[in-house]
Design a protein around this ligand. Structure first.
Ligand SMILES: Nc1ncnc2c1ncn2[C@@H]1O[C@H](COP(=O)(O)OP(=O)(O)OP(=O)(O)O)[C@@H](O)[C@H]1O
Ligand SMILES: [Mg+2]
Length: 365
């Protein structure tokens, strides 16, 4: 039987070997052990930068250090989902101790379709119910980590969660909150007046991963699957990956596939693998992103092609023949879609590797 491909090019999956991200992992680990400002953290990064994978990873780290970890996604019903997931995740430790948690009797498909035995009085609001649960968890010697993925500022429950979390912090409860989102959504959230305290949370930017870390992770992942990689093959892969976590998994996966079971990954296999990975990336990421652009989006993107790396909104507006204010409206759309990212005020660049080259080719056809 051929060994299983150890690379994981699926969104949200935790890689077997995590490349880079050492400082955030260390800081969060210390926070789970000792408690420090990193207990309120925000992960910011473009699509495929590894936010979801890192949240899952941190949840596991926290669990090993005496925390109950509960993962949520910012969408309607989130608060109830957090409450019910906390009940489920803490059931074991609370049963072992004396505390009797309110029990779930049946759980349906959606987060709100669970019914409860010993349901809390209807007058108890989320803060009260959650506060009681946190007390019980603390009583059993644990803390509660809540992670929220795909943060959006437009969700009222996001604001409520932030406000109540702050109250828990003031009450010196053992709680932690780690949120993750696209740069544009995080800055929109932090600009909301009602969550000003979140501006003091630790922000960690998930940028590109240094080549040295990519090299090591690539080699190690292949080794876990029982394959060696020659030096020249590895260099070609590192170059093609360009520090982009999703690409690391794609390139690794395809190189692995291109190699016969008992062979090492050498330059020939690597070149085939890289080509296949680039095709995947175009088919699954670049082409759909391109297709979703509206006419105006496309004009905006076209106006960026004249620049090498970064573009000023004022230049883009000039090239589009419109006012900066008008161009800014379309900038927000493209930011939200993860096509571009803000570098500094009034300056943007493409958030996806190779998107510029892809658009050029599409427009030339
Ligand atoms: N540090 C890392 N080292 C190696 N591979 C990684 C790393 N982080 C993430 N990956 C891989 O990259 C891919 C994308 O990760 P993930 O789904 O976490 O990205 P994301 O930032 O949540 O993307 P999105 O914004 O689309 O939700 C997955 O295949 C994952 O296994
Ligand atoms: Mg994600």
């Amino acid at each position: 039987m051929s060994p299983i491909n150890p690379f994981t090019p699926e969104f949200g999956s935790v890689p077997l070997v995590m490349a880079g991200r050492q400082s955030i992992r260390r800081e969060l680990f210390d926070a789970f052990v000792q408690g420090n400002p990193n207990l309120s953290s925000i992960l910011v990064g473009p699509r495929g930068s590894g936010k979801t994978a890192l949240l899952t990873y941190l949840g596991k780290e926290a669990s090993d250090q005496g925390w109950i970890a509960v993962h949520a996604v910012a969408m309607p019903g989130m608060l109830e989902d957090i409450y019910e997931q906390t009940l489920l995740a803490s059931a074991d430790i609370l049963e072992k101790g004396k505390a009797k948690p309110p029990r779930l009797t049946s759980i349906g498909v959606g987060p709100v379709s669970a019914s409860r035995e010993a349901a809390p009085a209807p007058s108890e609001n989320w803060r009260t119910r959650m506060g009681k649960l946190v007390s019980m968890i603390e009583g059993a010697g644990y803390g509660l980590l809540i992670t929220v993925d795909e943060v959006v500022a437009t969700l009222d429950e996001m604001i409520t969660l932030a406000a109540i979390y702050q109250l828990f912090v003031r009450e010196e409860r053992r709680v932690a909150l780690v949120m993750a989102g696209l740069p544009h959504n995080i800055s929109a959230l932090l600009n909301d007046k009602s969550v000003s305290f979140l501006r003091r949370a630790q922000q960690h930017t998930l940028g590109t991963i240094p080549d040295a870390d990519v090299r090591e992770a690539f080699r190690e992942t292949a080794a876990i699957g029982g394959k060696e990689v020659t030096d020249d093959a590895l260099e070609a892969c590192v170059r093609a990956i360009g520090g982009f976590p999703y690409m690391l998994q794609l390139v690794g996966f395809r190189c692995w596939q291109a190699t016969s079971p008992d062979d090492v990954i050498s330059a020939r296999e690597a070149h085939r693998g890289i080509r296949d990975a680039q095709d995947d990336f175009r088919t699954h990421i670049l082409a759909p992103t391109f297709r979703e652009l509206s006419q105006i989006d496309l004009q905006f993107v076209e106006a960026m092609l004249d620049d090498e790396n970064e573009s000023r909104i004022s230049d883009i507006a000039k090239r589009m023949g419109v006012e900066s204010r008008y161009a800014s409206k379309y900038r927000s759309r493209l930011l939200a879609e993860g096509v571009i990212e803000q570098v500094t005020r009034g300056v943007v660049r493409f958030a996806l590797p190779e998107f510029r080259a892809f658009v050029r080719e599409e427009l030339d056809d």
